[in-house]
Design a protein around this ligand. Structure first.
Ligand code: COA
Ligand code: MG
Length: 290
């Protein structure tokens, strides 16, 4: 996994031309161009054609671009892939992945076309089967990231919404574990109440504290909070610098452990401190490129 930021991953319905246009200037680290659940059945054809055209023409700058196609158990998936392939997508996000076989089936189709020879695969983790098989899915060919589909998962589990997402914790952590075991990016699910800033912030903080790289978002008003919460803040950067400095001084004295703010700092903490600084630098580079 490189340091490419995925703090804010914005869904845009492939049928909404205005939103597709607007996204070129929004502060999203990544965009999910959606052909699946955000597009009504009667709109699938138009959305696919519109999206292929937009992806071929519009410049989204340094934002990562994922296209969520419909699943291969629907009548739309083959045509989605056929049309979207022409735009040489950098990644396809596959919904409702249940096992590594689902990923393999897509990988084989990508291999058949020159346009998709390099295309990566991301998986929506949103079914009980998928959560149970998270480890083999993460290890499947071309896999680059997981997106938690918490709305679908809650529906399947028949659990109730709670601010602490108690019922989803097992799935969130199982997927994060599987993603980290394979060096994949892991992005948390959406927060539906897009006008509730405090609720969004709390959920972003929970996802960040669990280890997620960022959050999927449904509305531009959610971008700033996700970008802030999933970036190392000034205090974290300052602490990382002091830890590195203290550790290097300890090493110069021939010692392997330093103490900063009453806590021990060992080599493994320095790895984390350097990662914090690298992440902050990557975010700065991305923002300059936007
Ligand atoms: N991406 C980019 N731009 C978006 C956007 C999105 N997801 N959602 C809204 N916008 C734009 C609108 O086009 C509008 O732009 P304009 O004022 O310049 O014309 C502006 O942001 C304000 O939109 P607003 O009127 O507040 O939202 P809405 O009431 O039109 O739509 C939603 C609300 C939730 C229906 C809409 O945000 C949406 O479709 N979100 C994505 C849903 C989705 O993809 N779901 C699938 C995954 S869970
Ligand atoms: Mg879903």
């Amino acid at each position: 996994m490189d340091n490419r930021p995925f703090r804010s991953v914005l869904y845009i319905p492939g049928s909404k031309e205005r939103a597709l246009e607007k996204a070129r200037t929004l502060a999203a680290d990544a965009i999910i161009f959606d052909l699946e659940d955000a597009v009504a059945a009667g709109e699938k054809h138009n959305a696919r054609e519109l999206l292929a055209r937009v992806l071929g023409e519009a410049d989204y700058g340094p934002r990562a671009k994922l296209v969520r196609i419909n699943g291969f158990d629907t009548e739309w998936a083959e045509a989605d892939l056929e049309v979207i392939a022409q735009a040489r997508p950098e990644a396809i996000l596959l919904p409702k992945v249940g096992s590594a076989a689902d990923v393999l089936a897509l990988a084989e189709r990508l291999e058949r076309r020159a346009e998709t020879a390099e295309t990566l695969i991301w998986a929506m983790m949103e079914t009980p089967q998928g959560i149970i098989n998270a480890a083999e899915i993460a290890a499947a060919p071309r896999m680059a990231g997981f997106v938690m589909g918490t709305n679908d998962l809650a529906k399947e589990l028949n659990c109730r919404y709670r601010a602490d997402r108690l019922a989803l914790q097992h799935a969130l952590q199982a997927c994060l574990m599987a993603a980290r075991a394979q060096g994949l990016v892991a992005v948390d699910g959406v927060y539906n109440a897009f006008k509730d800033e405090d609720g969004l912030r709390a959920e972003c903080e929970q996802g960040r504290d669990l280890g997620f790289d960022g959050k999927t978002l449904i509305h531009p008003a959610q971008l700033a909070i996700a970008n802030e919460v999933f970036a190392p803040d000034a205090a974290a950067i300052e602490l990382a610098r002091r830890q590195i400095e203290a550790f290097e001084e300890a090493e110069a004295r021939g010692e392997g452990v330093a103490v900063v703010d009453g806590r021990i700092v060992e080599n493994l903490h320095i790895v984390t401190a350097r990662a914090v600084l690298a992440r902050a630098a990557a975010i700065e580079r991305l923002q300059e490129a936007m």
